[in-house]
Design a binder for this molecule. Sequence first.
Ligand code: NAD
Length: 260
Amino acid sequence: MLKGKTALVTGSTSGIGLGIAEALAARGANIVLNGLGDRAEVERLRARIADQHRVAVRYDAADMSRPDAIRAMVESSIAALGAIDVLVNNAGIQFVAPVEDFPVEKWDAILAINLSAAFHTTRLALPRMKANGWGRIVNIASAHALVASPYKSAYVAAKHGIAGFTKAIALEVAEQGITVNAICPGYVWTPLVERQIPDTAKARGITEEQVKRDVLLAAQPTRKFVTVAEVAELAAFLAGERAASLTGAILPLDGGWTAH
Ligand code: NAD
């Protein structure tokens, strides 16, 4: 149980992050939601999670590509809820194009949101975790932290980066009751995956159906999408007491993809 603890889940207005926020709330954690989205819809989401799980839920719209906004979010979360005990670095974006056509601003945005944002949240949340002698950092990486696919150079670079970052920080804080791990999901059916299908079809010169069958699910020996609930369950386990000795791990959750 995480009763009395506070969890900040970046990019939790949709997909995997929302699933993780719900799983942590179900275990009693107070939650800071973050991410893009229509204000009224996000407010409905915030109120529903708070009512359903009887926990405090805040929302902060910080743009994860902006270090100043990240600082303000971490500081106001700690001021309002006492600490960030569980930090889930999940916000992420994708863009698919051959490297010579890759828009420079997309490269910069992917590196900022998928990699540098975790550096900023981590460095800002750690002092309070150290003072409390307890903390959990869960980085949502990807199978693309372990293997590559063509046309995803920025994403693969950022995700390999987050795996290295995870291990380095795990070593830095290992004696202070703080664990740092990365979950590496294979393909999970979320808006992020849905959105990349037309561009992947274009880059490879195949149909969208072929992308699903021959590119996405072909990578996964189970031939099934990983579910948000499966990722959320592993994140909740990592956030709990029983995972105290599990640190510095880069954990595939990919239907066997990286066993190839
Ligand atoms: P999603 O698009 O459903 O959710 C992404 C979340 O990040 C949303 O809440 C969005 O608002 C938020 N976000 C995007 N840009 C932001 C910004 N600038 N500032 C703040 N928030 C921002 O995607 P998802 O599939 O749930 O992805 C979540 C994480 O899981 C990402 O890091 C992604 O790389 C990773 N992942 C996804 C898959 C998959 O197959 N879906 C597989 C492996 C890893």
